[in-house]
Design a protein around this ligand. Structure first.
Ligand code: HPA
Length: 273
C-alpha cells in the first residue's frame, strides 16, 4: 500500500472511532463563512489538532475543526477552516482533508470562499457561483506520482463544477430571492493581494474573481470523481477602485455580511441532493 493510502487509512480509522456514520456531503467553509455549522444538528466535532496526519490551521477567522452533523436527512461533514498553501503547508497537506472526506463516504463536495471581484460589474457582497476556473497561477496538487486508487494520471477538467448542481443552486437562489452572479474563479497562491496590473491581467485572462483557495481542493475532488459545487463571496474590487487598498479585515467583514445568503443557498442545496 502506498504511504498516502496508509496515512488516509489511519486518519479515517481515528475519525471512525469518534464518529462512525458515513458522510454523504462534504462542505468546506471559507474565510468569514464559519456559521454554516449553526444550521446542522451537530453530532460530533473534532479539532484538526487531534486528527492524525492533519495539518493545523493558523489563519484568523478559521476555527480549525471537522464538524459532523445532520441537515435534513443528510449526513454532512464540514471543514470549519481550510488549509492554504500561503500558510506554508505543502500542497499535499492543503488537499489532504478532501481525500480523507472521500474515504469518509462523501458523494458531493461544496466549497465556499472569499474572493476579489475582477468583473467590473460586480459589487462587494455579491455571491458568485463558480462555473469554471483557471488554475495556472496556483500549484497543481496532482504533480508527483499518481495514486491510481484516487484516479487517472490525466484527469478530465471539462466540467469541474457540476452543471446540475449549478442549476439547482440558481433555482434555489431565485426561490429565496437572492441575487447570484456566475463566473470564472482564478486561483493564486497569495498571500499578497494582487497589484493593479495583476487585477487587470486576471480580467483580461477571462476571470471574474480571484482568490487564494478552492482550486487545489476542486482538482483533487475531481481526480477522485467527486461532483463539486463552489461559491464565492466577492469581498473587494481590486479591478475598479483606483484608490482601493485591500485588507484582510475588510475581506472578513464583507464575507460575514454576505454569509446568511450563502448559508441559505448551501443549506437548501444539501437538502436537495
Ligand atoms: N485577491 C485574492 N484573494 C482574495 C481577494 C483578492 O482580491 N479577496 C479575497 N481573497
Amino acid at each position: 500500500m502506498s504511504d498516502i493510502l496508509k496515512k488516509i487509512g489511519e486518519t479515517v480509522d481515528f475519525i471512525r472511532r469518534h464518529y462512525n456514520e458515513p458522510s454523504q456531503v462534504g462542505v468546506v467553509l471559507g474565510s468569514g463563512l464559519g456559521h454554516f455549522t449553526d444550521e446542522l444538528q451537530v453530532q460530533k466535532e473534532i479539532s484538526y489538532n487531534d486528527i492524525p496526519h492533519f495539518p493545523v490551521s493558523t489563519v484568523e477567522g478559521h476555527k480549525g475543526k471537522l464538524v459532523f452533523g445532520k441537515l435534513g436527512n443528510k449526513n454532512v461533514v464540514v471543514m470549519a477552516g481550510r488549509f492554504h498553501y500561503y500558510e506554508g503547508y505543502s500542497i499535499e497537506d492543503v488537499v489532504y482533508p478532501i481525500r480523507v472526506m472521500k474515504y469518509l463516504g462523501i458523494e458531493t463536495l461544496i466549497l465556499s470562499n472569499a474572493a476579489g471581484g475582477v468583473n467590473p460589474a460586480f459589487n462587494v457582497g455579491d455571491l458568485m457561483i463558480i462555473t469554471d476556473h483557471i488554475s495556472q497561477f496556483s500549484i497543481n496538487p496532482l504533480i508527483g506520482k499518481n495514486e491510481p486508487q484516487f484516479g487517472t494520471r490525466f484527469p478530465d477538467m471539462s466540467e469541474p463544477y457540476k452543471k446540475e448542481l449549478i442549476s439547482k443552486a440558481k433555482a434555489i437562489a431565485a426561490d429565496l430571492k437572492i441575487v447570484v452572479r456566475e463566473g470564472i474563479y482564478l486561483s493564486v497562491t497569495g498571500p499578497t493581494f494582487e497589484t493593479r496590473a495583476e487585477y487587470k491581467m486576471i480580467h483580461v485572462l477571462g476571470a471574474d474573481a480571484v482568490g487564494m483557495s478552492t482550486v487545489p481542493e476542486v482538482i483533487v475532488a475531481r481526480h477522485m470523481d467527486i461532483p463539486v459545487f463552489a461559491m464565492s463571496v466577492i469581498t473587494d474590487l481590486g479591478i475598479r477602485e483606483e484608490e482601493n487598498v485591500i485588507t484582510h479585515e475588510e475581506v472578513l467583514e464583507a464575507a460575514q455580511a454576505a454569509e446568511p445568503k450563502m448559508t441559505a443557498i448551501v443549506k437548501h442545496l444539501v437538502q436537495q441532493l
